[in-house]
Write a protein that binds this ligand. Structure first.
Ligand SMILES: [Zn+2]
Length: 344
Protein backbone atom coordinates (compact mmCIF):
# COMPACT_ATOMS: atom_id res chain seq x y z
CA UNK A 1 0.00 0.00 0.00
CA UNK A 2 1.04 3.60 -0.37
CA UNK A 3 1.93 5.71 2.64
CA UNK A 4 3.66 8.93 3.63
CA UNK A 5 7.18 8.58 5.01
CA UNK A 6 9.43 11.31 6.36
CA UNK A 7 13.17 10.78 6.23
CA UNK A 8 14.51 14.08 7.43
CA UNK A 9 13.59 17.75 7.54
CA UNK A 10 12.00 18.67 4.22
CA UNK A 11 12.14 15.10 2.87
CA UNK A 12 8.61 13.65 2.68
CA UNK A 13 7.96 10.79 0.26
CA UNK A 14 5.05 8.65 -0.81
CA UNK A 15 6.25 5.06 -0.80
CA UNK A 16 5.02 1.52 -1.16
CA UNK A 17 5.17 -0.16 2.23
CA UNK A 18 3.80 -3.55 3.43
CA UNK A 19 0.00 -3.56 3.63
CA UNK A 20 -1.57 -2.72 6.96
CA UNK A 21 -3.12 -5.84 8.53
CA UNK A 22 -4.84 -7.01 11.67
CA UNK A 23 -2.29 -8.09 14.26
CA UNK A 24 -4.10 -8.40 17.60
CA UNK A 25 -7.64 -9.67 18.23
CA UNK A 26 -8.70 -6.19 19.37
CA UNK A 27 -7.50 -4.48 16.15
CA UNK A 28 -9.51 -3.08 13.28
CA UNK A 29 -8.24 -2.36 9.79
CA UNK A 30 -9.53 0.81 8.16
CA UNK A 31 -9.36 2.06 4.61
CA UNK A 32 -8.53 5.75 4.90
CA UNK A 33 -11.06 7.97 3.11
CA UNK A 34 -9.88 11.33 4.51
CA UNK A 35 -6.71 12.28 6.31
CA UNK A 36 -4.86 15.54 6.83
CA UNK A 37 -1.58 17.21 7.62
CA UNK A 38 -1.21 18.61 11.13
CA UNK A 39 0.67 21.64 12.38
CA UNK A 40 2.54 19.22 14.66
CA UNK A 41 3.76 17.32 11.55
CA UNK A 42 5.64 20.50 10.68
CA UNK A 43 7.98 20.10 13.67
CA UNK A 44 9.71 17.02 12.19
CA UNK A 45 9.34 18.61 8.75
CA UNK A 46 11.56 21.42 10.04
CA UNK A 47 13.79 19.57 12.50
CA UNK A 48 14.00 15.82 11.86
CA UNK A 49 17.56 14.50 11.65
CA UNK A 50 18.25 11.74 9.13
CA UNK A 51 18.64 8.38 10.88
CA UNK A 52 18.36 6.17 7.81
CA UNK A 53 14.77 5.21 8.57
CA UNK A 54 11.52 6.81 7.48
CA UNK A 55 8.82 7.84 9.93
CA UNK A 56 5.21 6.88 9.03
CA UNK A 57 3.28 10.15 9.09
CA UNK A 58 -0.29 11.13 9.90
CA UNK A 59 -2.50 10.82 12.98
CA UNK A 60 -5.86 12.23 11.86
CA UNK A 61 -8.31 10.34 9.67
CA UNK A 62 -11.75 9.11 8.83
CA UNK A 63 -12.02 5.70 7.25
CA UNK A 64 -14.20 2.70 6.53
CA UNK A 65 -13.71 -0.45 8.60
CA UNK A 66 -12.52 -3.27 6.34
CA UNK A 67 -11.83 -5.99 8.92
CA UNK A 68 -12.00 -6.49 12.68
CA UNK A 69 -10.27 -8.88 15.06
CA UNK A 70 -12.33 -11.52 16.88
CA UNK A 71 -12.56 -9.55 20.13
CA UNK A 72 -13.85 -6.31 18.61
CA UNK A 73 -17.43 -5.62 19.73
CA UNK A 74 -18.50 -2.05 19.00
CA UNK A 75 -17.31 -1.39 15.45
CA UNK A 76 -18.07 -3.57 12.47
CA UNK A 77 -17.02 -3.94 8.86
CA UNK A 78 -18.48 -1.14 6.75
CA UNK A 79 -18.71 1.42 9.58
CA UNK A 80 -17.52 4.94 8.76
CA UNK A 81 -15.29 5.85 11.70
CA UNK A 82 -13.22 8.75 12.97
CA UNK A 83 -9.92 7.93 14.69
CA UNK A 84 -8.55 10.15 17.46
CA UNK A 85 -4.83 10.90 17.11
CA UNK A 86 -4.17 8.57 20.05
CA UNK A 87 -5.43 5.02 20.51
CA UNK A 88 -6.84 3.86 23.83
CA UNK A 89 -8.44 0.73 25.25
CA UNK A 90 -11.54 2.48 26.59
CA UNK A 91 -11.44 0.38 29.75
CA UNK A 92 -8.55 1.47 32.00
CA UNK A 93 -8.78 3.93 34.89
CA UNK A 94 -7.72 6.90 32.77
CA UNK A 95 -10.10 6.07 29.93
CA UNK A 96 -12.95 5.94 32.46
CA UNK A 97 -11.85 9.34 33.75
CA UNK A 98 -11.97 10.73 30.21
CA UNK A 99 -8.21 11.12 29.80
CA UNK A 100 -7.69 8.62 26.98
CA UNK A 101 -4.33 10.15 26.04
CA UNK A 102 -3.02 8.69 29.32
CA UNK A 103 -4.47 5.21 28.63
CA UNK A 104 -2.32 2.51 30.20
CA UNK A 105 -2.48 0.56 26.92
CA UNK A 106 -2.56 3.59 24.66
CA UNK A 107 -0.21 5.37 22.33
CA UNK A 108 -0.01 7.76 19.41
CA UNK A 109 -0.36 7.23 15.68
CA UNK A 110 2.23 8.39 13.19
CA UNK A 111 5.29 6.24 13.88
CA UNK A 112 6.85 2.99 12.70
CA UNK A 113 5.19 0.89 15.41
CA UNK A 114 1.52 1.58 14.61
CA UNK A 115 1.84 3.36 11.29
CA UNK A 116 0.46 6.64 10.06
CA UNK A 117 -2.84 7.90 8.67
CA UNK A 118 -1.50 9.70 5.59
CA UNK A 119 -1.78 6.35 3.84
CA UNK A 120 -4.24 4.08 2.07
CA UNK A 121 -4.99 1.99 5.16
CA UNK A 122 -4.14 1.74 8.84
CA UNK A 123 -4.26 -0.84 11.62
CA UNK A 124 -6.14 0.55 14.64
CA UNK A 125 -5.12 -0.96 18.00
CA UNK A 126 -7.90 -1.30 20.63
CA UNK A 127 -10.56 -0.56 18.03
CA UNK A 128 -13.44 -0.57 20.54
CA UNK A 129 -11.86 2.08 22.72
CA UNK A 130 -10.35 4.10 19.90
CA UNK A 131 -12.74 4.34 16.97
CA UNK A 132 -15.97 6.30 16.93
CA UNK A 133 -18.59 5.25 14.38
CA UNK A 134 -20.18 8.18 12.56
CA UNK A 135 -23.83 8.24 11.44
CA UNK A 136 -22.98 9.38 7.91
CA UNK A 137 -21.86 7.96 4.57
CA UNK A 138 -18.20 8.07 3.53
CA UNK A 139 -18.70 11.05 1.19
CA UNK A 140 -21.00 13.12 3.40
CA UNK A 141 -20.74 16.88 2.89
CA UNK A 142 -19.79 17.28 6.55
CA UNK A 143 -16.56 15.28 6.13
CA UNK A 144 -14.19 18.25 6.59
CA UNK A 145 -15.77 19.21 9.92
CA UNK A 146 -16.07 15.58 11.07
CA UNK A 147 -12.38 15.08 10.27
CA UNK A 148 -11.43 17.84 12.71
CA UNK A 149 -12.83 15.69 15.53
CA UNK A 150 -9.74 13.52 15.02
CA UNK A 151 -7.53 16.25 16.45
CA UNK A 152 -7.77 20.00 15.88
CA UNK A 153 -11.35 20.68 17.03
CA UNK A 154 -10.93 18.43 20.07
CA UNK A 155 -7.55 20.01 20.79
CA UNK A 156 -8.90 23.56 20.53
CA UNK A 157 -11.75 22.52 22.82
CA UNK A 158 -9.23 21.09 25.30
CA UNK A 159 -7.39 24.42 25.41
CA UNK A 160 -10.69 26.12 26.23
CA UNK A 161 -11.66 23.59 28.90
CA UNK A 162 -8.27 23.70 30.62
CA UNK A 163 -8.23 27.52 30.43
CA UNK A 164 -11.65 27.44 32.15
CA UNK A 165 -13.51 29.37 29.48
CA UNK A 166 -17.07 29.99 30.57
CA UNK A 167 -20.04 32.23 30.10
CA UNK A 168 -19.11 35.92 30.21
CA UNK A 169 -15.35 35.29 30.42
CA UNK A 170 -12.65 37.08 28.43
CA UNK A 171 -10.38 34.80 26.42
CA UNK A 172 -7.29 35.19 24.25
CA UNK A 173 -6.13 32.69 21.66
CA UNK A 174 -2.44 32.47 20.74
CA UNK A 175 -1.88 30.77 17.40
CA UNK A 176 -3.75 31.26 14.14
CA UNK A 177 -3.17 27.74 12.81
CA UNK A 178 -6.00 25.21 12.59
CA UNK A 179 -5.90 24.50 16.34
CA UNK A 180 -5.97 28.19 17.25
CA UNK A 181 -8.91 28.76 14.91
CA UNK A 182 -10.74 25.78 16.42
CA UNK A 183 -9.92 27.18 19.86
CA UNK A 184 -11.85 30.31 18.85
CA UNK A 185 -14.85 28.12 17.97
CA UNK A 186 -14.49 26.34 21.30
CA UNK A 187 -14.24 29.56 23.31
CA UNK A 188 -17.37 30.92 21.70
CA UNK A 189 -19.19 27.63 22.13
CA UNK A 190 -18.42 27.69 25.86
CA UNK A 191 -19.78 31.20 26.21
CA UNK A 192 -16.79 33.58 26.25
CA UNK A 193 -18.00 37.17 25.77
CA UNK A 194 -14.71 38.49 24.46
CA UNK A 195 -12.36 36.42 22.30
CA UNK A 196 -9.10 38.06 21.27
CA UNK A 197 -7.12 36.34 18.52
CA UNK A 198 -3.41 37.07 18.25
CA UNK A 199 -2.41 36.85 14.62
CA UNK A 200 -1.67 38.85 11.51
CA UNK A 201 -2.34 36.68 8.47
CA UNK A 202 -5.43 38.24 6.78
CA UNK A 203 -7.10 34.96 5.67
CA UNK A 204 -6.71 33.44 9.09
CA UNK A 205 -7.96 36.54 10.88
CA UNK A 206 -10.99 36.62 8.62
CA UNK A 207 -11.79 33.01 9.50
CA UNK A 208 -11.20 33.66 13.20
CA UNK A 209 -13.74 36.48 13.06
CA UNK A 210 -16.23 34.23 11.32
CA UNK A 211 -15.65 31.66 14.09
CA UNK A 212 -16.38 34.23 16.80
CA UNK A 213 -13.27 36.29 17.51
CA UNK A 214 -14.31 39.74 18.77
CA UNK A 215 -10.90 41.44 18.68
CA UNK A 216 -7.68 41.03 16.72
CA UNK A 217 -4.21 41.83 18.05
CA UNK A 218 -1.51 41.71 15.42
CA UNK A 219 1.33 43.00 17.60
CA UNK A 220 3.76 40.51 19.16
CA UNK A 221 5.49 40.03 22.50
CA UNK A 222 5.34 42.97 24.93
CA UNK A 223 3.30 45.08 22.51
CA UNK A 224 0.72 42.32 22.20
CA UNK A 225 0.48 42.09 25.98
CA UNK A 226 -0.02 45.85 26.30
CA UNK A 227 -2.71 45.81 23.61
CA UNK A 228 -4.62 42.93 25.21
CA UNK A 229 -4.49 44.65 28.61
CA UNK A 230 -5.88 47.76 26.95
CA UNK A 231 -8.74 45.75 25.45
CA UNK A 232 -9.60 44.13 28.77
CA UNK A 233 -9.83 47.03 31.19
CA UNK A 234 -6.15 46.77 32.15
CA UNK A 235 -6.22 43.34 33.78
CA UNK A 236 -5.82 40.80 30.97
CA UNK A 237 -8.01 37.81 30.18
CA UNK A 238 -9.44 35.04 32.34
CA UNK A 239 -8.45 32.38 29.85
CA UNK A 240 -5.45 32.05 27.54
CA UNK A 241 -5.63 29.32 24.91
CA UNK A 242 -2.00 28.66 23.96
CA UNK A 243 -1.94 26.80 20.65
CA UNK A 244 1.68 27.22 19.55
CA UNK A 245 4.15 25.57 21.92
CA UNK A 246 7.14 27.93 21.85
CA UNK A 247 8.63 29.61 24.92
CA UNK A 248 7.75 32.96 23.35
CA UNK A 249 4.08 31.93 23.12
CA UNK A 250 4.14 30.81 26.76
CA UNK A 251 5.83 34.03 27.90
CA UNK A 252 3.18 36.02 26.05
CA UNK A 253 0.43 33.84 27.59
CA UNK A 254 1.76 34.67 31.06
CA UNK A 255 1.51 38.36 30.24
CA UNK A 256 -2.04 38.07 28.92
CA UNK A 257 -3.54 36.15 31.85
CA UNK A 258 -5.19 38.24 34.52
CA UNK A 259 -4.63 37.42 38.20
CA UNK A 260 -6.40 34.16 38.97
CA UNK A 261 -6.58 33.34 35.27
CA UNK A 262 -5.75 30.09 33.54
CA UNK A 263 -3.62 29.10 30.57
CA UNK A 264 -4.61 26.03 28.57
CA UNK A 265 -1.66 24.88 26.50
CA UNK A 266 -2.11 22.41 23.68
CA UNK A 267 0.85 23.27 21.45
CA UNK A 268 3.55 20.62 21.98
CA UNK A 269 6.08 22.51 24.15
CA UNK A 270 9.46 23.05 22.55
CA UNK A 271 11.00 24.40 25.75
CA UNK A 272 12.12 22.80 29.02
CA UNK A 273 11.01 25.30 31.62
CA UNK A 274 7.87 27.41 31.75
CA UNK A 275 8.97 31.05 31.58
CA UNK A 276 7.73 33.75 33.96
CA UNK A 277 7.48 31.49 37.03
CA UNK A 278 7.52 34.43 39.45
CA UNK A 279 4.62 36.41 37.98
CA UNK A 280 2.80 33.10 37.50
CA UNK A 281 3.12 32.51 41.23
CA UNK A 282 2.30 35.98 42.53
CA UNK A 283 -0.67 36.35 40.23
CA UNK A 284 -2.06 32.88 40.94
CA UNK A 285 -2.09 31.90 37.30
CA UNK A 286 -2.91 28.29 36.56
CA UNK A 287 -1.10 26.54 33.71
CA UNK A 288 -2.42 23.23 32.45
CA UNK A 289 -2.96 21.20 29.34
CA UNK A 290 -1.39 18.47 27.29
CA UNK A 291 -2.46 16.03 24.59
CA UNK A 292 -6.22 16.46 24.30
CA UNK A 293 -8.39 13.45 25.08
CA UNK A 294 -10.23 14.02 21.81
CA UNK A 295 -11.92 10.60 22.06
CA UNK A 296 -13.79 11.89 25.13
CA UNK A 297 -14.81 15.12 23.41
CA UNK A 298 -16.39 13.54 20.32
CA UNK A 299 -19.62 12.84 22.24
CA UNK A 300 -19.94 16.51 23.11
CA UNK A 301 -18.80 18.05 19.81
CA UNK A 302 -20.34 15.69 17.27
CA UNK A 303 -23.95 16.91 17.63
CA UNK A 304 -22.82 20.51 17.02
CA UNK A 305 -21.07 19.40 13.83
CA UNK A 306 -23.95 17.25 12.60
CA UNK A 307 -26.46 20.03 13.22
CA UNK A 308 -24.24 22.71 11.67
CA UNK A 309 -23.80 24.85 14.79
CA UNK A 310 -20.05 24.75 14.34
CA UNK A 311 -18.08 24.43 11.08
CA UNK A 312 -14.48 23.65 12.03
CA UNK A 313 -13.97 22.05 8.60
CA UNK A 314 -13.54 25.57 7.22
CA UNK A 315 -9.90 25.36 8.36
CA UNK A 316 -9.21 23.14 5.34
CA UNK A 317 -8.24 25.34 2.42
CA UNK A 318 -6.58 22.77 0.18
CA UNK A 319 -7.20 19.12 -0.75
CA UNK A 320 -4.60 16.78 -2.22
CA UNK A 321 -4.32 13.09 -3.10
CA UNK A 322 -1.44 11.03 -1.69
CA UNK A 323 0.90 12.19 -4.44
CA UNK A 324 0.17 15.77 -3.39
CA UNK A 325 1.13 15.24 0.26
CA UNK A 326 4.75 16.43 -0.02
CA UNK A 327 3.50 19.63 -1.69
CA UNK A 328 0.90 19.91 1.09
CA UNK A 329 3.67 19.89 3.72
CA UNK A 330 5.53 22.56 1.80
CA UNK A 331 2.43 24.76 1.51
CA UNK A 332 1.60 24.50 5.22
CA UNK A 333 5.20 25.11 6.22
CA UNK A 334 5.26 28.23 4.01
CA UNK A 335 1.93 29.28 5.59
CA UNK A 336 0.34 29.32 2.14
CA UNK A 337 -2.22 26.89 3.48
CA UNK A 338 -3.89 26.68 6.90
CA UNK A 339 -4.60 22.96 6.77
CA UNK A 340 -4.42 20.41 3.98
CA UNK A 341 -6.90 17.57 3.57
CA UNK A 342 -5.73 14.32 2.01
CA UNK A 343 -8.03 12.12 -0.07
CA UNK A 344 -5.98 8.95 -0.67
ZN1 LIG B 1 -7.32 3.10 28.72
Amino acid sequence: MRATMMYEAGDVRIENIPDANLRDSTDALIRITRACICGSDLWPYRLKQADGRGQNMGHEAIGVVEAVGKDVRTVKVGDVVVMPFAYSDGSCEFCHEGLQTACTHGGFFGNSEVGGAQAEALRIPHADGTLYALPVGEDDALMPSLLTLSDVMGTGHHAAVVARVGRGKKAAVIGDGAVGLCAVIAARRLGAEQIIILGRHPDRIELAKRFGATDVVSERGEEAIARVRELTGGFGVHSVLECVGTDQAMATSMGLARAGGAIGRVGVPHYDAIPQAQPMFYRNVLVGGGPAPVRAYIDELLPDVLEGRIEPGRVFDRTVDLDGVPEGYRAMDARESIKVMVKP
